[in-house]
Design a binder for this molecule. Structure first.
Ligand code: XBP
Ligand code: MG
Length: 252
């Protein structure tokens, strides 16, 4: 392993399965609080997830599914208010412990820290969502484990644009061949590949049928010693869970 190797983690769908039972529920709670009869079902949300960013997703939904909608509040302000309310509801949901980390995430982060590896986050989600997830799953001090938490509107264009990954490399002054990315979606993979970043994809119910061409590995999760992953594509060198040995073997 070269010096100061960096692991860069996506958040939603990668660190935790936050979308179906987290963000989606919070959006619906915000709509109800605003007196809107909008209800994003599990399947509709799966469609809307193709739009990265909660504010952008609401805007797309209004334009595509509520074309007759009108409000006395200017649309950008209305969307911003709805998103702020949704973010509050989402953080309350995280506080209930309803959204645990995915298999292998805590184990890998612990091993990486023990081996003095550098850690970063690159997510489309708003920053308060990220810090709340870390706090409620790993404790408040875990926020400091990540040198950079690049989130949401910090960059002009969200995934699949590469902006968030260029931002992390620049802020950490690292080269793409000294990193590996963990993602869950086609959009996230596209963003990482445009920057030349090796990517391990852990799929979930919303992304399992997406195109992961170009991923170094596609797994059902990162696995645990007693809970082996399933390899959907790539060479996992006979290993049954994602640890530094496997990551090291992926280097050229
Ligand atoms: C996933 C997203 C985010 C979340 C909602 O981000 O696209 O928009 O769905 O969070 P990633 P916000 O997979 O890159 O972590 O409402 O804060 O956008
Ligand atoms: Mg994701």
């Amino acid at each position: 392993m070269t010096e100061a190797f960096t692991l860069i983690f996506d958040v939603d769908g990668t660190l935790a399965n936050t979308e179906r039972d987290g963000h989606r529920v919070a959006f619906n709670q915000a709509f109800a609080e605003a007196g809107l009869d909008w209800e994003w079902s599990v399947s509709l949300y799966g469609e809307l997830l193709h739009i990265a960013g909660g504010k952008e997703r609401i805007n797309f939904y209004i334009s595509q599914y509520q074309p007759k909608f009108s409000s006395s509040i200017p649309l950008p302000e209305l969307i911003s208010n709805l998103h702020a309310s949704k973010t509050n509801y989402y953080q309350k949901l995280l506080g209930t412990g309803a959204i645990p980390l995915r298999s292998g995430v805590k184990r890998l982060l612990t091993e990486a820290r023990t081996n003095k590896m550098r850690l970063a986050i690159a997510t489309t989600s708003a920053l308060p969502n990220v810090t709340a997830l870390l706090e409620h799953t790993l404790g408040k001090e875990s926020i400091s484990w990540f040198e950079i938490i690049a989130a949401g509107d910090i960059v002009p264009a969200k995934k699949p644009a590469p902006d968030i990954y260029y931002y992390v490399l620049e802020k950490m002054n690292i080269h793409s061949n000294n990193c590996i990315v963990f993602e869950d979606s086609h959009h996230g993979l596209q963003a990482a590949l445009q920057v030349g970043l090796k990517t391990i994809v852990t799929v979930n119910d919303y992304t399992v049928n997406q195109d992961f061409t170009g991923a170094t590995l596609v797994l059902n999760h990162l696995g645990e010693p007693e809970k082996p992953f399933t390899t959907l594509s790539g060479d996992t060198k006979g290993r049954t869970y994602c640890d530094l040995k496997l990551i090291n073997s992926l280097q050229d």
